[in-house]
Structures are given as structure tokens and as C-alpha cells.
Write a protein that binds this ligand. Structure first.
Ligand code: SAM
Length: 308
């Protein structure tokens, strides 16, 4: 049974079989598999950020002390190592399969210009491949490029029984430094995913990742984005001493997490040249069954297009 790590708080921290209702709920639950303790109560889409309670507002306002520059530089330098160690500890057990992207890709599949058209996809920051393998199983006429910072994560992808070099190419890459076009022909990708990846990158470097993806996307191609939203429960429960900058925090294991506002995301994508198709908050309330606690989760979901 996989254990939930204190601090990492992805909506999709694992349930063993990809339980669809497994958001993490708080430090008091560290060590418990999420699917054992929490369930989603409702979900809705919003155009405005979640309003904070007076206590939450006071907590965020009181937390102004930033991690030192020296430590921040060390975290940047060791970012790859910290993610690699994350996968050493958790192997393939932490994140669960992404059904949201499967639904999104269904829409994409329907847009084939002709029935036999092969779609080329890119999973940027693929982790152990929770997004690509469900897709590869469902649609035989796709080719997927999958890349990640962590060599260990890439190795897990390659060891997956569903990995087939004729339909998939996994490779190690820092999206902010290594040209994707070394592995992927320019303007060849129909759709790329960025699922809980950009939040792990320093806000000053996020644009580099988006530009890199832009170069390999076909005109008309889309980026599907999902990540932590502003005022998510995970943001509120960082202890003081974890703040790196505005809406940016470090976890105990050295991995970092940014919490996106719609406005920030829109500016980031449009500055690179993308058009916004969708950009909305997804709000979920989840209940910790054991403790009877209700926690608000906020994610930001977007779809951005490279113009024709
Ligand atoms: C929270 S995980 C999400 C993994 C996967 N997208 C999923 O949904 O299961 C974040 C991933 O981003 C990767 N990552 C972080 N910074 C990166 C960078 N600069 N270039 C490529 N991948 C990066 C990490 O190695 C990690 O696998």
C-alpha cells in the first residue's frame, strides 16, 4: 500500500487503482493512502479565485518570511535531484492515472481530419506516465513523446509493460534548458499536456518551458494544462519557513510548488504567443472520512492553442 508523503499534495496522489476521489487532505493524514481517507463531495468550475476565510487570510498575510537566497539557489540547482529522489522513494505508486486528460483527448481524437490520421502527443513532465498509458491503451493510432526531468521517472515509463518503442518515445529533459526539438521534429505535435508540472518550475523559468513546447507544436496544436490553483488547501497548510516567493513554496523533500491564478497563467501563455481557449478554476470539496474534515481543493485547468 503506497503511503502519502507529507507535503506533496497533488489532487491525484495515488489510490492503488487510480481511485478517482483521492485528494490529499492534510498533514494529520501523512502516512495514509488517500483513497482510504478522503472522498470528493462536489466539484464546480469557477472564474474567480476561492475566497479566503478571515483566518486563512490572516495566515497567508502573516507568512511573509522568505527562504534565504542561498537556500533558494540550492533548491534550483538540486531540483532535478530532488525529483529523482522523490521517484526513488515512491516508485510508480504516488500519482494515479489521469482521467481528465483522457476525456480531453477524446475531444481531440474526434477532431481528426481523416479517420486514419495518426495523432502525435507530448506528455511534458510525464512522471511515470500516468497520462500516456491510459491513452495508448484506448487509441491505437497515436504516437506519444514523453519526457521528464527525472531519469528514474523516465526509466519507470520505459519499464511499463505498455511501453512500446513503436508507439512511444520517452526521454530525459529539462523543459527549461534542453531543446525538445532534439527528440521531436519541429511543429509536429498535435497536443501536449502539462499536468502538475509547471508548478514545480521556478516562476521565472516557466516561460522557457512554454516556448520550448511551442516550437514543437503544430500550428493549431493545443496545450492541456492542469495544476494547483490559488488558495488551494495545500497552499494554506505550508508551515512558515516554506515560502519562496509570491504563491511559491518548498516542500520538506525540496520539491517546489507554485499556486496559479488565472491571470498569471493567461499572461504566461499569451506572452509566448498562445491563444487561450479555456482557463478556469476547478473547485472541489473533499471529505476526510476518518476525521470528518472538509477541505477545499482548487485546481486551475486550461487549454491553450498555437495559432494557425
Ligand atoms: C507533480 S509531478 C507530475 C507528473 C505527471 N505529470 C503526472 O501528472 O503524474 C511533476 C513532474 O514534473 C517534473 N519536472 C519538474 N521540473 C521539470 C523540468 N524543468 N523539466 C521537465 N520535467 C520537470 C518532475 O520530475 C515530476 O515528474
Amino acid at each position: 500500500m503506497p503511503l502519502r508523503m507529507e507535503g506533496i499534495d497533488s489532487e491525484d496522489a495515488c489510490g492503488p487503482q487510480g481511485d478517482s476521489a483521492s485528494p490529499s487532505t492534510g498533514t494529520q493524514l501523512a502516512g495514509l493512502a488517500d483513497s482510504e481517507v478522503s472522498e470528493a463531495v462536489f466539484q464546480r468550475k469557477e472564474h474567480c479565485a476561492r475566497a479566503l476565510s478571515p483566518e486563512e487570510r490572516a495566515k497567508l498575510k502573516g507568512d511573509q518570511c522568505l527562504v534565504s537566497d542561498f537556500k533558494q539557489q540550492k533548491l534550483e540547482k538540486e531540483a532535478q535531484r530532488n525529483w529523482d529522489l522523490f521517484y526513488k522513494r515512491n516508485s510508480t505508486n504516488f500519482f494515479k492515472d489521469r482521467h481528465w486528460t483522457t476525456r480531453e483527448f477524446e475531444e481531440l481524437q474526434a477532431c481528426r481530419e481523416f479517420e486514419a490520421q495518426k495523432l502525435i502527443l507530448l506528455e511534458a513532465g510525464c512522471g511515470v506516465g500516468n497520462c500516456i498509458f491510459p491513452l495508448l491503451e484506448e487509441d491505437l493510432n497515436i504516437f506519444v513523446y514523453a519526457c521528464d526531468f527525472s531519469p528514474r521517472a523516465v526509466e519507470f515509463v520505459k519499464q511499463n509493460p505498455l511501453y512500446n518503442a513503436e508507439r512511444c518515445e520517452a526521454f530525459q529533459c529539462d523543459l527549461t534548458k534542453d531543446e525538445l526539438s532534439k527528440n521531436i521534429p519541429l511543429e509536429s505535435v498535435n497536443a501536449a499536456t502539462l499536468i502538475f508540472v509547471l508548478s514545480a518550475i521556478h516562476p521565472d523559468r516557466m516561460r522557457l518551458a512554454l516556448e520550448n513546447i511551442y516550437r514543437v507544436l503544430k500550428p493549431g496544436g493545443t496545450v492541456l494544462f492542469r495544476d494547483y490553483g490559488l488558495h488551494d488547501h495545500a497552499m494554506l497548510r505550508f508551515k512558515s519557513g516554506s515560502k519562496l516567493g509570491e504563491n511559491f513554496y518548498v516542500r520538506q523533500d525540496g520539491t517546489r510548488s507554485f499556486f496559479f491564478s488565472k491571470e498569471f497563467l493567461e499572461d504566461l501563455f499569451t506572452a509566448v504567443g498562445y491563444e487561450t481557449l479555456v482557463n478556469e478554476y476547478v473547485l472541489r470539496e473533499t471529505v476526510n472520512k476518518r476525521e470528518g474534515l472538509c477541505v477545499p481543493r482548487v485546481f486551475l485547468q486550461g487549454k491553450f492553442k498555437k495559432p494557425l
